[in-house]
Design a protein around this ligand. Structure first.
Ligand SMILES: Nc1nc2c(c(=O)[nH]1)N[C@H]1C(S)=C(S)[C@@H](COP(=O)(O)OP(=O)(O)OC[C@H]3O[C@@H](n4cnc5c(N)ncnc54)[C@H](O)[C@@H]3O)O[C@H]1N2
Ligand code: MOO
Length: 408
């Protein structure tokens, strides 16, 4: 007998996409100094070329490269030095064949020049004559106008998680503020008569709130905002009151514990008690994490995460992160690596199994070494760097098989 109406991981993702993809969180304008790790809410299109003028990458003499062709130590090219370009100023001087102009690193390349010979490769014979001993190719030591960024180019795409180097790009364009997605507001509720907070005295039968703190940190890492973190007793009325409050001030409510079908598991009934679609998912063919609940109330998302710490974290990573990425179009780069299975691992067919692993480098090859343990043990995760996913139709993974290791 099964009290759950179990659906697959892919079905859950489909349900999330269909029901919450349009969850409106809106955009806000922030200074580029405050936009690190935020999700860009607009394409950034350059309205200038960067650089706006061709620049020298060395201290040297701007010349026509053809004037250096064929020269050597024994047969130098002699050029007429006609002036210099000042840093930060326009080079309103033009060179012809047989002429050279001094240019500092970053200085503007004068019209007519197509290369810069470094001062170490030049012999200055007098104030108006230099000798070049090695030939230069066309474009040598020059960054051309628009080489970095072209006018009209989409240089940063909507959905990108903004990095320090992106902020450098924005500065190069003279962009002072950008539109980013507002931080998704999360409300974390840990339920259970046995759960106590860190400052309470630990008595037999009680355990500390692990999930509240781990979820708090996962949300921060994901770029969300935590509006509140509370512990609520196993009491329908108290839990309903707290969720009601949460739905009014957050976008996503996370309730950990009480998601199963025990006599003191109230999350299911609480989710169904609000205006809205109520429970959409109760039970996922995933291990750990089977008793997961997902629902909608007052237009907001409610996740009932299983109480066991490993399960709640895996479910967060699998579904909450997925939803946040769907809503914001967030692309945050590579979060996995290829490795070789160190040994055989069995799974529970019919369930997508998340097997914790560590990465070990042996003879230059990266191995995924499994860590075994129960989903109630938080150290199973802290001792692991990630997990491998065994699909529900597979019976396990084989020693030597190539796998993807997802970082936690
Ligand atoms: N009859 C069945 N019982 C259970 C099933 C099942 O299929 N049939 N599934 C088991 C699985 S798998 C899990 S996971 C748990 C999930 O149950 P709940 O979500 O209702 O969680 P609780 O019963 O409240 O707690 C489970 C466990 O986790 C500890 N816990 C809860 N919250 C926290 C927290 N914030 N920090 C640290 N630890 C927490 C709690 O003390 C329990 O030990 O259901 C199984 N049962
Ligand atoms: O699935 Mo439970 O979530 O194994 O511990």
């Amino acid at each position: 007998m099964d009290f759950f109406n179990v659906v697959s991981v892919d079905e859950v993702k489909k349900i999330l996409k269909e029901n919450f993809n349009n969850l409106c969180i809106g955009l806000e304008e922030v200074s580029i100094l405050d936009c690190l790790d935020r999700i860009l809410g607009e394409d950034i299109i350059s309205d200038i070329n960067v650089p706006e003028f061709s620049r020298s990458t060395v201290d040297g003499y701007a010349i026509k490269s053809s004037d250096s062709h064929g020269c050597s130590d024994s047969l130098p090219s002699f050029l007429n030095l006609i002036g210099e370009v000042n840093m930060g100023e326009s080079a309103d001087i033009k060179i012809k064949s047989g002429q050279a102009i001094y240019v500092p690193t970053g200085g503007m390349i004068p019209d007519g020049a197509d290369s810069v010979v470094m001062i170490e490769h030049v012999e200055k014979l007098d104030d108006t004559t230099i000798a070049i001993h090695r030939p230069l190719s066309y474009g040598e030591n020059i960054v051309y106008k628009g080489d970095d960024i072209k006018k009209g180019e989409i240089i940063l795409k909507k959905g990108k998680k903004i990095t320090p180097q992106d902020i450098g790009v924005l500065a190069s364009l003279g962009v002072k503020t950008v539109n980013v997605y507002k931080k998704i507001k999360f409300y974390i509720i840990s339920t259970g008569d046995e759960i106590i907070d860190l400052d309470e005295k630990l008595k037999l039968g009680k355990i500390r709130d692990i999930n509240g703190y781990a979820l708090y940190s996962l949300i921060k890492k994901l770029g969300g905002e935590i509006v509140n973190r509370v512990i609520v007793k196993d009491d329908y009325k108290l839990l309903r009151e707290e969720v009601d409050k949460a739905l009014n001030i957050s976008n996503i409510v996370l309730i950990s514990g009480g998601s199963s079908v025990g006599t003191r598991d109230f999350t299911y009934d609480v989710i169904n008690s609000f205006d809205g679609k109520g429970v959409l998912v109760h039970g996922v063919s995933i291990k750990p994490g089977k008793p997961t609940l997902i629902g909608e109330g007052k237009g907001k998302v409610i996740f009932g995460l299983p109480g066991h710490p490993v399960s709640s974290i895996i479910v967060f990573k699998t579904f909450v992160e997925y939803l946040v990425k769907e809503i914001t179009g967030m692309k945050d780069g590579i979060n996995k690596t290829k490795a070789i299975m160190y040994c055989n691992v069995h799974s529970s067919p019919g369930k997508e199994t998340y097997q914790m692993v560590n990465l070990n480098e042996i003879d230059g090859k990266l191995y995924a070494v499994p860590n075994f343990g129960k989903s109630g043990l938080i150290t199973l995760l802290s001792k692991s760097c990630g997990y491998v996913i065994i699909k529900s139709e597979e019976e396990g993974l084989y020693k030597g098989q190539e796998v993807d290791v997802y970082f936690i």
